[in-house]
Design a protein around this ligand. Structure first.
Ligand code: NAG
Ligand code: NAG
Ligand code: NAG
Ligand code: NAG
Ligand code: NAG
Length: 876
């Protein structure tokens, strides 16, 4: 069925089919859109007819998304137009109006109306694509690290040198790679060398670095480079060549994973695995390209390493747009022969700004292994973001040490890599080792192995809290630090989990609280000094009805209208008394847009029996006299294993979600909506990310009475007492001065490019019924400036000329996996729960009395299209 379409599109585009790579875009001359065409709609119109009616030409399929097409129209002459509305979207509006004409009169039943109805019913989704900048979670170019050793004194033979001679490692910088062999703190390293001695080095596993390029000419990477699965979405070229002066981030991360065992720089954790480079961070790209990037080569690529995200400024609350969420779910459902792409995201570097990874829709996705950082002493570095979505930690910069890895260039090495950006690739390397040992692990097996095999560090840190399933959890460390040896050993004997199941509760609405598609709130309960509590109940029957056996992730979606979002704190307490802090005060977040159906995620309830009452607490951390708000409603989504694998179904991203309509009139308007990722200014990691001393004594989210104290002040006090900090501060001032100079210089250059990155106001709206994203736009602007100040704006100027090619369908079909399933492993393997009570079997759980709660809850079926709530959240 695909082939005729391909030919048709080729004819339609009047261009020969050139190849399989995405076409070059020309945002100067054309407007681009993504449309989802439903070939089975009845009445329906063909893709060709739909495109012709809208006045667009089909460019190519949208990445790996079935029935999604990238289309374009010549940009209208701005001067000739009286308004700034989008002509293609206008056509659609007119079609919809015509299709909705109520034909009481036979004479009015025209061919035109029939045609309009056919096109409208075939068109499931249409959105304008605007290029936007994605931001790396990277340190800016940093000063060389302080070298405290005396080069004239030959140091005694170290542990690393002994390991190097035993394993025949000649890489000159290997002894400096403390994350592989830590001479000073041998208990703090990724512990990969024993896995190499077991014979696993990542052979046959491909990781994709979704980043700013990958230097495939590097001596350390060229033998492990996978060109076939690489692509440059910034310049629309096949090879991900780093071109800008600071395009070294992807190369450094790739070196951590797959730097060769040779005579260049150091060694990667999976030094015989392959790395592909997908370049998206070196200029603005559209959602459709980000979606394509996250599925690029997704049959051969096992792991996508993502060290970027929304700004880490403690102000933004953003997540992936609809197409990107779809691509991720496509990777989960269909990638790697159906075993699921493994997405690894860095948790973010904004902890010093009060940022938390539950305000980032990428890191709080259930589909992502979210990785925070610990330093060479095993301490929590001040930049690493805490949240209930953190799954594990891996080693990175702090307490005087950075990550030593390959750098851009023929034979280059860097000793200044770090941040959570460098923690994520260390985890990717470990997963590559495990996938060589066990290529059949699904994306959820990878997560289970993290949960059950992460190593606890700093056991006296008050951030550790018991969970119902027995393993302690920390917002800073997740379930602990990833230990390659422990992980791979466990993977070798791991019994695969059964397919995923899920269910979503109906929303509880407080005092008729609602939110419409324009994010307009009404009703709700005032959040007074004592806060507002609300409870919903989960019954055994809900689990049975939804084929749901064991709990993994939970989602909590909230609708809160507040004049200062950063004041609002959100917690959820499980039936077993386990509390997840979902949102702690964020002093910098002054947005007045509230939480318009934002989805939080927690892994802290993994393995817990979900039957019983879940209580949410919404509190205002400041006095409500000045800034205040209302709690309108909430719901929950439970993700876990299925009871009967044969009845398991795959999750699909709903087209519409996030509104809170009144229960009795909950119509689904025919208009599809979309959400967009706005500019993502950089999360600039300060220059002292490697030098500042970490800590292991502060809870991430101290409980007790709300204070106006920012959580990071105690850390800062420690820093100030450290003399080094003074010189770091002086350095920062100097750097700032330089930065400001560069900023004004760049700004003049950037002015010339600004038409490229921002579209005229009004055109920014991709659909008529689009929900607005005022708060995000507002809050992200200041950091965009900061971002520009460091000169990381696109230098792409050569996009005018364009070659169009048709991206073919993937020839490699999904492999039917004959998987064996582990049944009820949590029962078998779990230690007794924290309180000494065995984790009860669900079926044995005593019936609970019906509690008092605001609204009686019913479950909704997993496939319910009117449901809302999954973790890839709207960008607002
Ligand atoms: C990807 O897999 C296909 C078969 O599934 C194979 O033909 C191709 O060579 C592989 N590419 C790489 C880079 O391994
Ligand atoms: C909610 O709306 C219903 C009617 O739709 C009304 O009867 C009820 O009083 C309202 N409740 C509140 C608290 O406003
Ligand atoms: C939030 O509630 C206030 C009243 O408390 C109301 O004036 C305001 O319009 C609401 N905001 C939105 C976006 O609906
Ligand atoms: C909400 O519940 C918490 C316990 O989870 C309790 O400490 C608090 O007092 C309750 N608040 C209200 C307003 O009932
Ligand atoms: C809520 O805030 C407004 C100002 O934004 C203030 O006038 C009002 O008194 C506050 N309400 C309460 C109950 O404190």
């Amino acid at each position: 069925m695909r082939l005729p379409w391909v030919l048709l599109i080729a004819l339609l585009a009047h261009h020969p089919v050139l190849g399989l790579t995405p076409a070059k875009r020309s945002y100067f001359t054309h407007n681009y859109y993504v449309l989802e065409h439903d070939p089975s709609a009845n009445p329906g119109a063909s893709l060709e007819e739909t495109a012709r009616t809208l006045g667009v030409e089909v460019v190519e399929r949208a990445g790996e998304l079935r029935n999604h097409w990238l289309v374009r129209a010549v940009k209208p002459d701005l001067a000739a137009r009286s308004d700034d509305s989008d002509p293609v979207l206008n056509v659609l509006e007119n079609l919809k109006a015509r299709a909705n004409v109520v034909e009481t009169h036979l004479l009015l039943r025209s061919e035109e109306t029939r045609h309009a109805r056919a096109v409208v019913s075939s068109l499931k989704y249409l959105s304008r694509q605007t290029p936007r900048q994605r931001i790396k979670r990277a340190p800016p170019p940093v000063r060389p690290p302080q070298d405290s050793s005396d080069p004239t004194q030959p140091p005694p033979e170290t542990l690393a040198q002994r390991v190097a001679s035993r394993l025949g490692i000649q890489d000159p910088m290997f002894p400096e790679q403390w994350h592989l062999v830590n001479n000073d703190y041998p208990e703090h390293m990724m512990n990969a060398t024993p896995v190499w001695e077991m014979g696993f080095t990542g052979k046959g596993v491909i990781s994709s670095l979704v980043d700013d390029g990958l230097d495939y000419t590097s001596e350390d990477l060229k033998d492990n480079f996978d060109a076939e699965d690489s692509y440059d979405f910034n310049d629309h070229e096949k090879l991900p060549t780093p071109k800008k002066y600071d395009d070294h981030h992807g190369t450094r991360c790739a070196g951590q994973i797959a730097a060769g065992k040779n005579n260049a720089c150091g060694v990667g954790i999976a030094y015989q695995s392959k790395v592909a480079g997908v370049r998206i961070l070196s200029g603005p790209i559209s959602d459709v390209d980000e979606a394509a990037a996250l599925n690029y080569g997704f049959q051969n690529v096992s792991i996508y390493s993502c060290s970027w995200g929304p700004p880490d400024n403690g102000q933004s609350m953003e997540g992936p747009g609809y197409l990107i969420k779809k691509a991720v779910v496509n990777g989960i459902n269909n990638g790697r022969g159906g075993k699921g792409s493994i997405f690894v995201f860095a948790s973010g570097n904004g902890a010093a700004n009060g940022d938390q990874c539950n305000f980032d829709g990428y890191t709080n996705s259930i589909y992502s292994v979210t990785v925070s950082a610990v330093d060479s002493k095993g301490l929590h570095p001040y930049y690493s973001e805490p949240c209930a979505a953190n799954m594990i930690v891996a080693y990175s910069s702090g307490s005087g040490k950075h990550i030593v890895t390959t750098d851009k260039g023929k034979n280059e090495c860097t000793s200044s890599h770090g941040g959570t950006s460098a923690a994520a690739p260390n985890a990717v390397g470990v997963f590559a080792l495990a996938l060589e040992a066990r290529p059949d692990l699904s994306w959820r097996d990878i997560q289970y192995l993290c949960v059950e095999n992460a190593r606890m560090i700093n056991p006296d840190d008050p951030d550790w809290e018991p969970t119902a399933a027995g393993r302690p959890y920390s917002y800073k460390y997740g379930f602990g630090v990833l230990d390659a040896y422990q992980y791979v050993k466990a993977a070798q004997t791991w019994l695969l989990v059964k397919p995923q199941a899920w269910f979503e509760t109906k929303a509880i609405q407080l005092n008729n609280g609602t939110m419409d598609e324009d994010e307009k709130y009404s009703g709700g309960q005032f959040i007074s000094n004592g806060g507002v509590n609300s409870t919903l109940s989960i019954t055994k029957q809900m689990l049975v009805d939804n084929n749901f056996e064991k709990l993994e992730h939970i989602n909590v979606r909230v609708w809160i209208n507040h004049t200062c979002r950063g004041d609002v704190e959100v917690e959820i307490v499980s039936p077993n008394g386990i509390k997840s802090v979902l949102a702690k005060k964020r002093p910098s977040d002054r947005a007045d847009t509230g939480y318009p159906g934002w989805v939080f995620m927690s892994v802290k309830h993994w393995g817990e029996n979900p039957v019983g009452d879940w209580t949410i607490s919404i509190t205002d951390s400041n006095k409500p006299q000045e800034n205040n708000g209302t709690f309108l409603g909430w719901n929950m989504k439970f993700w876990g294993t299925s009871i009967d694998p044969a009845k398991a179904t795959q999750y699909e991203v709903p087209l519409k979600e996030g509104t809170l309509p009144l229960p009795e009139n909950a119509p689904t308007p025919p208009t599809p909506t979309t959400s967009k990722v706005l500019a993502k200014p950089t999360a600039l990691l300060p220059g002292d990310h490697g030098t500042a001393e970490g800590e292991n004594t502060n809870p991430a989210f101290p409980s007790g009475t709300p204070t106006t104290d920012m959580g990071w002040f105690p850390d800062m006090a420690n820093l100030v007492s450290n003399q080094k900090w003074f010189f770091v501060a002086i350095g920062a001032v100097v750097l700032f001065g330089m930065g400001a100079g560069i900023f004004f210089w760049r700004r003049r250059r950037v002015a010339r490019l600004s038409n490229y990155t921002t579209l005229p106001a009004g055109d920014d709206v991709s659909m008529s019924a689009l929900s607005s994203h005022r708060g995000v736009a507002r809050s992200s602007r200041p950091t965009k400036e900061l971002y520009d100040a460091f000169g990381e704006v696109s230098d792409d100027e050569d996009d005018e000329d364009e070659t169009r090619a048709l991206r073919g369908t993937h020839p490699r079909d999904r492999v039917a996996a004959g998987l064996g399933f582990h049944s009820g492993f949590l029962d078998d393997d779990e230690p007794p729960s924290a309180g000494g009570h065995p984790t009860p079997l669900y079926q044995d759980e005593p019936e609970r009395a019906e509690p008092h709660h605001e609204a009686r809850q019913e479950h909704s079926t997993p496939s319910s299209p009117s449901g809302s709530g999954e973790s890839w959240e709207h960008a607002s």
